[in-house]
Ligand binder design. Structure first.
Ligand SMILES: [Zn+2]
Ligand SMILES: [Zn+2]
Length: 105
């Protein structure tokens, strides 16, 4: 008996309705300043496709149970590229980054 396990949305963005599999991926699509009211600089969503490959599509047939009253199936779930990215729980990597070991620009 084969049970199909669908990739699920674990970090749902209520603002743009996209689905993410990690907090890092979710964070990556949110840019701008929390305190700003300026549409140009305020906290906003950027589509993963506009993030220069920072986020990758984990599944196009994912499931979302947290985006609304109804379960959504067949959704695109985004994640960060583990080969390039760093994980929040990856303290040594973050420390190296803070020390200037990794430059985003
Ligand atoms: Zn969003
Ligand atoms: Zn979702």
């Amino acid at each position: 008996m084969v049970r199909v396990v669908r990739t699920s949305c674990t970090y749902h963005c209520a603002a743009c309705g996209l689905h993410f599999h990690s907090l890092e991926a979710f964070d990556a699509h949110r840019v701008g300043d929390h305190a700003s009211n300026d549409p140009e600089t305020r906290r906003r969503c950027v589509h993963p496709l506009d993030l220069d490959g920072k986020l990758v599509l984990l599944s196009e047939d994912g499931i979302c149970r947290i985006g609304g009253p109804d379960v959504q199936v067949g959704v695109s779930v985004w994640t960060s590229d583990r080969r390039k990215g760093t994980r929040p729980w990856d303290a040594p990597v973050r420390a190296a980054e803070a020390a200037g070991g990794v430059s985003g620009a």
